[in-house]
Write a protein that binds this ligand. Structure first.
Ligand SMILES: [Zn+2]
Length: 524
């Protein structure tokens, strides 16, 4: 039966425990606003008692109006042997003035007796008193039962008593946590089936991905009665991460029919995922379900000719439902159908100047043999197809380029690039510095182009990869440079191959800029 699911995002707290993720208070506010806009119900802002940055975030967030999201402060139950009124953490939670607070407590007796080193009954009192104190201060209280599944396995009776203490205290939600991420979906089912008839407040699930099962476990919990799912955007989080809310939303709403957010917001799921990776400064994972760049990419010729007839042949859902798009990749494995599909998609007419799809396939095979890889560089592929079919007009030409790198005994190295380009009958010469030679060239090129095409300001280089490809037959090793760029509308990849890393970088960089300029000319 379809039921409304409440999404509880902890990107700003649990997500920041991820190894590569760190947010300033300002970053956190941007993400919180985006989550609110998107329709997430609860946004956990942080642990105000644990660090000044989170306290500052709550101060700023307190002055912000959220359309529908409930901002939530996170903390632990009171410390042993003191009253909540005297507990610094609990008082910090109240100072945030959020109407909802989440507190976690211990469900596993191992943590109570061996880690906290307190009496089991004191732990029960800590839970109940903390919850009831917060309730007496008019807060909605979400109780996170830390290590609930592990605790239940080892001492079922005690784990249940901890949760009942939270119920007694008046908790509004009881969230069962698989904190170590080691629980399997059928175990979730068994535990949930036993627990849910005994608990009156609404149940939630908080899973970690240590066995790659956080999503499966969350879906299973919903199937067995949970109505709240906690997780993070893109699955950021400690160790192997938390449940990825983007996949949760896709699976619950599209596949299981449980409404989470409005259908129209669902079409912005991919955008949300990219926004958060951008703020986190972590390159987006191409294979991420529903929202990854490769989630609806087709490479094999057989697959491509099938999806041309009917996309359902190799797609589990319509990519547009989640704001993603179908991509047909072209590589040396491709046949004519990939090229023809791609040509239609890109609005390139093939065959007019003798370059039909057969000849383009041959050209791609030849270049891939030299080290290019077009399935990972669609921007360059588009330009290549336009060039060979005579449908590309270079917006600028390089006249000359000089790069210098200086390094001395004590200081870091510095790079400088001087560039001369021509645009129609006009010339421009500029120089720029950079963190490295490629950065210097990039800066100089943009500076030169800015006069003619101010839109180059909109694009940003987001990833730069260099890979050495084997130098067979005693020739020097070649390098392949792949650049990923983005503007407000799209992300595109370009490629360069050479024995010289500067030359390879130049090729990839020029393709990247030309791709952007071709979009402007087409009026995008
Ligand atoms: Zn967690």
């Amino acid at each position: 039966m379809a039921k409304q699911i409440f999404l509880y995002d902890t990107t700003l707290r649990d997500g920041t425990q991820g190894e590569e993720v760190s947010f300033s208070a300002e970053d956190k506010l941007r993400i919180a606003k985006k989550l609110d806009e998107f329709g997430v119900h609860y946004v956990e802002g942080g642990w105000p008692g644990s660090n000044p940055r989170d306290a500052r975030f709550f101060e700023m967030a307190g002055k912000t109006t959220f359309a529908q999201a409930r901002l939530t402060a996170f903390g632990s139950t009171r410390k042993p042997r003191i009253v909540p009124e005297k507990d610094g953490n609990i008082q910090a939670l109240l100072r945030t003035e959020t109407e909802t607070v989440t507190i976690f407590g211990k469900s596993w007796d191992l943590h109570v007796t061996e880690i906290l080193n307190i009496e089991p009954d004191e732990n029960l009192a800590m839970i109940e008193e903390s919850v009831s104190y917060l309730k007496s201060r008019d807060r909605r209280v979400i109780y996170d039962a830390e290590h609930f599944f592990d605790g239940f396995k080892r001492n079922r009776d005690y784990a249940m008593r901890t949760v009942k203490a939270a119920v007694e205290g008046g908790a509004d939600y009881i969230v069962l946590c698989d904190t170590n991420g080691g629980t399997l979906p059928y175990e979730i089912q068994h535990v949930m089936e036993e627990v849910s008839p005994l608990i009156t407040p609404a149940l939630g699930i908080h899973a970690h991905n240590d066995c790659g099962l956080a999503l499966a476990n969350s879906l299973e919990a919903v199937r067995c009665g949970a109505v709240m799912v906690q997780g993070t955007i893109n699955g950021y989080g400690e160790r192997c991460g938390n449940t990825d809310l983007t996949a949760v939303i896709g699976a619950l709403q599209v596949k299981m029919g449980h409404p989470c957010i409005s259908e129209e917001k669902l079409e912005r799921l991919t955008e949300l995922s990219r926004f958060v990776s951008e703020v986190a400064n972590v390159p987006p994972l191409n294979q991420r379900p529903f929202v990854g760049k490769s989630a609806f990419a087709h490479k094999g010729g057989v697959h491509v000719s099938a999806i041309i007839k009917n996309p359902a042949a190799y797609e589990h859902i319509d990519p547009e439902k989640v704001g993603n798009r179908r991509r047909v990749l072209v590589s040396d494995l491709s046949g004519k159908s990939n090229i023809e599909y791609k040509a239609r998609e890109l609005n390139v007419k093939v065959g007019g100047n003798g370059w039909g799809s057969d000849k383009i396939v041959q050209e791609i095979k030849k270049l891939e043999d030299q080290g290019y890889q077009f399935d990972a560089a669609e921007g360059s592929l588009e330009l290549l197809m336009k060039k060979v079919t005579g449908q590309f007009h270079a917006p600028f030409h390089l006249e000359s380029l000089r790069v210098t790198i200086e390094k001395n005994r004590s200081g870091p190295s510095t790079s400088q690039a001087t560039i001369k380009i021509s645009v129609a009958d006009d010339y421009e010469i500029t120089a720029a510095e950079g963190d490295g030679p490629v950065n210097a060239i990039d800066n100089a090129l943009r500076k030169a182009l800015y006069k003619f095409f101010p839109q180059v300001e909109e694009m940003k280089l987001v990833d730069f990869k260099v890979r050495v490809i084997d130098g067979s037959d005693g020739t020097a090793a070649k390098v392949r440079v792949q650049i990923e760029s983005r503007d407000a509308r799209e992300i595109w990849s370009t490629i360069g191959v050479s024995e010289n890393v500067i030359e390879a970088s130049w090729q990839a960089l020029v393709d990247s800029v030309q791709y952007k300029l071709s979009r402007i000319q087409n009026g995008h």
